[in-house]
Each structure stands twice: as C-alpha cells, then as structure tokens.
Design a protein around this ligand. Structure first.
Ligand SMILES: Nc1nc2c(ncn2[C@@H]2O[C@H](COP(=O)(O)OP(=O)(O)OP(=O)(O)O)[C@@H](O)[C@H]2O)c(=O)[nH]1
Length: 190
C-alpha cells in the first residue's frame, strides 16, 4: 500500500494522476464527506488521504476530526504501508510552518513527517509546485531544518524530491525513487 498525505490543495490528486494516470475522484465539498480515496496501481493499493489542516469554510473541529481519522488510518495500516508520500506546497510550506512555530505550535506537516518516522514508514516528501519556487536549494535546506533533520539536501536526495505535478517536472525522478523505496521495503518484508 502507498499512501499520499498532505494539506488540502497542495496537489495530491494532481500528483497521483501524473504518476499513475488515474484520476482520484472525490466530492467537491472539502471536509465532512471526505474519506480516503483508493485506486489500484501496479497491483498496489494507492490511497489519497483527505487533505489536513486549514481549509476555508471548514470549522476547526472538523479539521481536527479529519486529522484524527488520518492518524488512526495510518496507525491501523502501519504494517501494510510500504511507502508514504507526504506532499507539500513548496511555495507556501515554509511560511506556514514559521507561522505555526511563532504561535508555539508544532506545524502539522512537521508533525505528520515525524509521526511517519516514528512508525518507521518509508517516506518521500514531494515538494510540489516547483514551478513557483524561486530558490529550490535554499527552500529544501530550510525545510530539512524545520523537519528536525540535520544536514543539507545533498544528504536527503531520496527524501526531499521537488516536483511540479501540474507541469510534469521531475516526475520521472520521483518515479525512480518510489520504485527504489518500494523495492527496499519489499526486501525488508521478505
Ligand atoms: N502551480 C502549480 N499548481 C499546481 C501544481 N500541482 C497542483 N497544482 C494546483 O493546485 C490545486 C490543487 O490541486 P489538487 O491536486 O486538487 O490538490 P489536493 O492536494 O488533492 O487537494 P485536496 O483535494 O483539497 O486535498 C489545483 O488548482 C492544481 O492545479 C503544481 O505543480 N504547480
């Protein structure tokens, strides 16, 4: 099983479509009605999780409920999840993370990343909307620090992968890294 997680509107569905050629259909209304959407790709279950975090017009308690449901889903399926792709919006992620930090809160992207690490789920952070990022190196180096890791992008080339789902940039590279990580987690299971 492969899961895609990330805030609302970061481009999860677009990325899944670019990678698999399959459309993940869901209701237009964000929030209450949203459940994980599943497709099958290369004989694997691929799950597009509902977007977490702020969504305009969505009450805070509903956001919290969605987050809790995602956490439960991941905990319940931890053994089956071969790979998690955490999608972030490369243009706005840092700004949002810094805003949360200023309020003394743990940014939700960082929280999810660390949660996946704790469960030892192989992870890729797809830094999407590359077309909107001015300085990719600087952005990813700062993200690495915010995610609580030490070192630079050079040390994490297979963890932080910039892509543009909309324009198809670097999708092939992402596919290669996905394949590699899937082979690795298969190896660990056998
Ligand atoms: N500029 C730019 N826009 C993108 C990119 N990828 C996705 N988008 C746009 O971002 C918006 C959200 O994309 P979705 O794929 O619906 O995002 P999502 O994360 O599935 O959103 P939720 O369904 O709310 O969870 C759409 O308008 C996309 O066209 C990208 O690489 N660059």
């Amino acid at each position: 099983m492969i899961i895609f997680v990330g805030r609302s509107n970061v481009g999860k569905s677009t990325l899944i479509y670019k990678l698999t050629g399959k459309k993940v259909r869901r209701g237009k209304k964000p929030g209450v009605t949203r459940k994980p959407v599943e497709i099958v790709w290369r004989n694997k279950r691929v799950i597009d999780m509902p977007g977490f975090g702020f969504m305009s017009g969505l009450p805070k308690h509903v956001q919290e409920k969605i987050k809790t449901e995602i956490v439960h889903f991941i905990e319940e399926h931890a053994d089956e999840i071969e790979l998690a792709i955490l999608v972030i919006d490369g243009k706005s992620a840092l700004e949002i993370i810094e805003r949360w930090e200023k309020r003394g809160e743990i940014p939700i992207d960082v929280e999810f990343f660390q949660f996946l690490q704790e469960l030892k789920i192989p992870t890729i952070v797809a830094v999407n909307k590359l077309d909107k990022i001015k300085n990719v190196n600087l952005t990813i180096n700062k993200l690495i620090e915010k995610f609580g890791l030490s070192g630079t992008w050079e040390d994490y080339k297979e963890l932080f992968v910039p892509v543009s789902a909309k324009f198809g940039t670097n999708i092939e590279e992402l596919k290669k890294i996905i394949d590699k990580k899937l082979r690795k987690s298969q190896g660990l299971r056998e």
